[in-house]
Write a protein that binds this ligand. Structure first.
Ligand code: SIN
Ligand code: FE
Length: 292
């Protein structure tokens, strides 16, 4: 069962002892979750208004912000509300970067900050296809954003204003998931990644690693029997708490909850304390091939 390590800190700028930093890094690399029950992402008066679906007119299920180009997408808000929304996303991007740098300094030199998101939609009611249904256990893999083996490190904060927990289930270890689903994954068609890229369907070339991770993600979600029978633990993540987890190796399902912030970081495998624990290396050992 995934280990959940609590860290009693209430500041985004905290300093951590070296043993705490190393311990936290190992927990993540071993497929655990860091839970900071007192680390709240404060939402001020102006931004509180955004915590209603009416004010955030959505085009997508999430509003996202990209620090790399300063763009917000997924909302049609205008004027002061749009400014408040962008401020909130930018602040979460800054604070989660500060947290990751101070808690996981080993990663700092090679870490890339990717998208920041605000998730205002109730997780239990998101109507979607089975493939997009995050209430089913899965490991994260994105069809349009191949990452060529880089780790997906994510910081989440529950900002629900009504005392509502975000409820997750955590499933079996990555090795067990891969042992079960890798045999069902066919080899990619030669030339297909180039075609996807040329058509603009992927933002970069989909490596064999990305192909396998996507197929594992899909096979997990599509397998009703697996979903019903897989051993999992429930985790209640209360408002004003924060958690950090590598969602590419931790099998997870978001069962319920509303209003959350999320920041994604990409970490090259070489930046890990123990690269052998990456999903890339696990899959390469299992297939006997280089996958990127
Ligand atoms: C997910 O990454 O599966 C969704 C997490 C969440 O919305 O709580
Ligand atoms: Fe996910």
């Amino acid at each position: 069962m995934a280990r959940v390590e609590s860290i009693e800190q209430d500041s985004w700028q905290a300093s951590f002892s070296q043993s705490r930093q190393e311990g936290a890094t190992r927990v993540l690399e071993e497929g655990g979750l860091l839970f900071l029950p007192h680390l709240a992402f404060g939402v001020g008066k102006t931004q509180k208004r955004l915590l209603s679906l009416d004010s955030v007119s959505l085009k997508a299920k999430n509003v996202s912000f990209d620090v790399r180009n300063g763009r917000v997408s997924g909302t049609s808000l205008q004027g002061p509300d749009a400014v408040a929304l962008q401020d909130m996303l930018e602040r979460f991007a800054r604070q989660s970067l500060a947290l990751v740098r101070s808690l996981l300094p080993h990663y700092a030199p090679s870490l890339e900050q990717a998208r920041t998101s605000f998730r205002p939609v109730e997780a239990s009611g998101r109507v979607s296809s089975w493939r997009k249904d995050d209430r089913r256990l899965h490991v994260d893999a994105f069809p349009s954003s191949p990452n060529q083996g880089k780790r997906l490190l994510r910081v989440f904060s529950n900002i629900n204003p009504d005392g509502k927990d975000r409820v997750w289930h955590l499933g079996e270890a990555f090795e067990a998931v891969a042992r079960r689903f890798l045999p069902l994954v066919p080899r990619p068609l030669p030339g297909f990644p180039r075609l996807l890229y040329a058509l603009g369907i992927t933002k970069s070339l989909r490596s064999e690693y990305d192909h396998i991770m996507l197929r594992i993600h899909d096979c997990m979600k599509a397998d009703e029997k697996y979903q019903a029978a897989a051993v999992s633990t429930q985790l209640r993540l209360p408002p004003d708490s924060t958690w950090v987890v590598c969602t590419d190796c931790v099998s997870h399902a978001a069962v319920s909850g509303q209003f959350m912030m999320e920041q994604t970081f990409l970490l090259p495998v070489a930046g890990m304390l123990d690269p052998d624990r990456s999903p890339l290396r696990v899959l390469e050992r299992m297939t006997g091939r280089t996958l990127t």
